[in-house]
Design a protein around this ligand. Sequence first.
Ligand SMILES: Nc1ncnc2c1ncn2[C@@H]1O[C@H](COP(=O)(O)OP(=O)(O)OP(=O)(O)O)[C@@H](O)[C@H]1O
Ligand SMILES: [Mg+2]
Length: 277
Amino acid sequence: MLLEIRDIHVHYGKIAALKGITASVDEGEIVTLIGANGAGKTTTLKTISGLRSLTRGSIEFDGRDISKMPGHKRVLAGIGQSPEGRGIFPGMSVEENLLMGAFSRKDDASKELAEAYELFPRLAERKTQAGGTMSGGEQQMLAIGRALMAKPKVLLLDEPSMGLAPMLVQQIFSIIQEINRRGTTVLLVEQNAQQALQIAHRAYVLETGRVVKSAPASRLLDDPEVRAAYLGGELGEAAASPAAAPAPVDAPDPGATVTDAPASGAAPEGSEEDASS
Ligand SMILES: Nc1ncnc2c1ncn2[C@@H]1O[C@H](COP(=O)(O)OP(=O)(O)OP(=O)(O)O)[C@@H](O)[C@H]1O
Ligand SMILES: [Mg+2]
């Protein structure tokens, strides 16, 4: 296993947010954590990246115990995170923001930069624009692109679809699949359980700081309890509801990239299609 979390307990003051989570991510997988608000999904990711410390348990990454390793060393070891709230440097250009992602590396980052632009053509169009003036969806792309610049072995994603318009949600999920196909292991946290389960290999269901289920993602899509609690209904019902049904994607090919500009040409400056903040 690339990442092994064993019986981790995490507290905020006296409040136990994680009460013994055990989970693993194998190289090449997309694994998703689903669960209600407050279940401990973000805390789990923060603990893996070193932003929260353990009160009990251990985390092993790439054959090493990283339980006490400082966060910046975990980045060097290959743990990439696109932070909550995106964490864009607002005054820096898109390209400078991307290059910040490679800051900890000593080698040349031009290949990764080209790859980020290939995955997110919108970022290539906006290289010189200030990060803070990008739309919510564009900032989300920028945050993911920046995390990839460090060439992580595993990419931790916390609600990448949050606040995005439905069209962009589809595209972000396609991109995550593409990132995985290109060799990056992904640990994905999502409220959008239906779509997360559709792209993931395996999934864990968290409830109040504990894992209550773990299974291949396809099995959880058919699990009546999971359907009732997280997929908005009984078997069949969710599939029939427009909200849960996969929306048509412009480019359903596996190599899909995020281009929400009209096919006829570049979108006019300031025209935004996502409804995020
Ligand atoms: N900084 C904090 N101080 C105190 N309690 C916190 C803090 N951050 C999280 N918690 C608590 O820890 C528990 C787990 O929170 P966490 O953010 O991990 O949940 P989550 O599964 O990511 O939820 P959501 O789906 O709403 O993002 C919650 O009860 C939350 O109130
Ligand atoms: Mg969260």
